[in-house]
Design a protein around this ligand. Sequence first.
Ligand code: ZN
Length: 252
Amino acid sequence: MAGEIMEEIKVHFAGTGNAFNHDGYLNQSIIIESGEHYMAVDAGPTFLLGMERMKIPAIKVNQILLTHFHGDHVAGIPFQLINFAVIYKMPKLRIIGPAGTEKRIIQLIEATYPEVDYVPWLEFKELEIIRKDTIPISDDIMVDTYPMLHSRESLGYNISIGDKQIAITGDTRWNATIPLLMDNRDLGIIECTTMEKEGSDHISFHELIEYRHRLHCKTLAAVHTNAAIRNELKTLHTHHVKVVNDGETIVI
Ligand SMILES: [Zn+2]
């Protein structure tokens, strides 16, 4: 609408590292801020630490969207549950993720804080592991789902908030769906875990450089990566891959 000021979306990179915190980077966790609303994409063991360092109010991060169930993407959830159930005594924590999310997250909570009555504090929404568009996950957020090749439940998402779109691969090996996921988005967030591609369930630096020209998002940011790969990406800046570090925010 003419004259309407569209809301800025802030994408906070609370953690940009791999499963092993190589070179000191926190586990991958991305917090999307839109007006008064906050949603995390993935929540690894360092989830709360990353938010503390960025002064993101954890109490407001009441939605977590999961790309898959590996520990470096979900193991921070029990701590956020304790925040909601014991410290803040605030309304429910919503966990949204691929089919099987509820069972896996309850197993995780029962293994770590079995004495906590989690039922009143948790709400789940599961998404089919298929390619599907415009699935509402909350009042102002819709996602398109793109199955990825990593674990059997892995989903990449195009997240739509108003007229802004953020695509994220989660963990995956390179595949032909990624250019479709990234097409024409305001921000694309792609994993780049290894230098070489052999024997990996991840995207390598060499693949990212080889296929960069097929990824038509306005900004492409690489995460789930180590210092050596970051240095190579910065050196080869003509490839237009943005290297994001822990604590950075991209405004779209
Ligand atoms: Zn993984």
